[in-house]
Design a protein around this ligand. Structure first.
Ligand code: SF4
Length: 411
């Protein structure tokens, strides 16, 4: 059997998933046959969503859907994949929840509609009564062995929870007390889902970050892995989507987005948005899409020694926290004669827990603003003593142009 270290290496290596399937599936089959591991019964609920994550799973390649269903999990209920519908399959769901209590996995796709006791989202009928997604989740979660939220709606509310959110859409972990593994994405990459399923079967819980996202897939920023990173370092920026150059200026949220899209890519590992010329919109982030909008505006909205950057949206969301961090790193980077090589640290093991409520979030934002102001003061002091090693004029000009388009550079 693969060691956990080998498994993680396979999962995190570019284009490793073909190898993963070739190496993992036979080992898993042997493990099942020998009784060393067991195929988990899975109840897959779809709540408030577009079915995008189920469709993404349908398009999985390594392993493909057939392999997932025959060799990896025992899918008992998934309304999109069920062969039968109606009361027969609801009975299967109920039987699984009773007979496999403590053993089945609950996979949830879509956000939980909480307003008016969940009445805006009914997912099946039981005894001639409509059952809401909220009720089904609250009944099933305490009996499940693992709860896995797939897609940003299930993890953090996602597009379903975008302003003004009349249905009170929320992420699963905001509604139940049990621990939830969050696999965000709009939709989640099928490799992320099958990678987590494999890890749970063979090694148990994967290492998670502060937002309960598995670090094996969400441990680095898109910016750190991006094919356009060198152009960012060289100060070459696209003015419109589709142009060559780093897409930061046209709204790329890669610096505050933790996911391995650049190396994993999509549609059989063919391409991904930034490589195709569209800025990353931060779809795996808590607060998406509100915290990412406007999609085509660049991130920092902060005062710097190079001039004011408007704070239009210092949002009450984690991406907003990330934006502040990026701004602070930028300031020190520019003053230190380089635009930050590492704007934003990847998720590290000691990352604090995410804010639990609005007050805590406000407190964290206040702290960040204080830190940011301290850095600005520090950078202004450095400017005053006129550091001898100045940026080469051309590069400095590029940085100023980047932040203050249309304004003349002052030396
Ligand atoms: S800002 Fe976006 S396009 Fe530019 S290097 Fe970072 S992730 Fe890539």
């Amino acid at each position: 059997m693969l060691t956990r270290r080998e498994f993680l290496k396979l999962c995190t290596t570019a284009l490793a998933t073909a190898t993963l399937t070739d190496r993992l599936m036979p080992i898993m089959s042997q493990g099942f046959a020998a009784g060393k591991i067991s195929k988990p019964p899975v109840i897959w609920l779809e709540l408030g969503s577009c079915t995008g994550n189920s469709i993404a799973l349908d398009n999985a390649v390594n392993p493909n859907l057939n392999q997932i269903l025959t060799d990896m999990v025992d899918m008992r209920y998934n309304w999109l994949l069920n062969v039968v519908q109606g009361s027969e399959v609801v009975k299967v769901l109920q039987d699984t929840a009773e007979k496999e209590a403590g053993n089945f996995w609950l996979v949830v796709e879509g956000s939980v509609m909480t307003a008016d006791n969940g009445r805006y989202n009914h997912i099946y009928m039981r005894d001639n009564q409509l059952v809401t997604g909220l009720t089904a989740l609250q009944e099933l979660a305490p009996k499940a062995k693992h709860i896995i939220a797939v897609g940003t709606c299930a993890c953090f509310g996602g597009p379903s929870a975008a302003y003004p959110n009349p249905a009170g859409a929320k992420g699963v972990w905001e509604v139940i007390k049990q621990p939830v593994i969050n696999v965000p994405g709009c939709p989640a990459n099928p490799d992320w889902m099958t990678g987590i399923f494999s890890h749970l079967i063979m090694y148990g819980l994967p290492e998670l970050d502060g937002y309960n996202r598995p670090k094996m897939f969400f441990g680095q920023t898109i910016h750190d892995l991006c094919q356009r990173r060198q152009q960012f370092e060289d100060g070459i920026f696209a003015s419109f989507p589709g142009e060559s150059g780093c897409l930061y200026k046209v709204g790329c949220k890669g610096p505050v987005t933790h996911a391995d899209c650049p190396k994993r890519q999509w549609n059989h590992y063919v391409n991904w948005p930034v490589r195709a010329g569209a800025p990353c919109i931060g779809c795996v982030n808590p607060g998406f899409p509100d915290s990412s909008m406007p999609f085509y505006n660049h991130l920092p909205d902060l005062a710097t020694p190079l001039g004011m950057l408007n704070i239009k949206k210092f949002g009450a969301a984690a991406a907003g926290l990330g934006a502040a961090a990026v701004g602070a790193h930028l300031i020190t980077g520019v003053v230190g004669k380089r635009v930050g090589k590492h704007w934003l640290d990847g998720t590290n093991p000691n990352e604090p827990d995410p804010p639990e409520n609005l007050e805590q979030l406000k407190q964290e934002l206040d702290d960040l603003i204080r830190q940011q102001n301290a850095l600005i003061s520090e950078s202004q002091a450095l400017e005053q003593v006129r550091i001898k090693r100045r940026l080469p004029k051309t590069f400095r000009q590029k940085v100023v142009d980047f932040f203050r388009p249309g304004q003349k550079h002052r030396r």
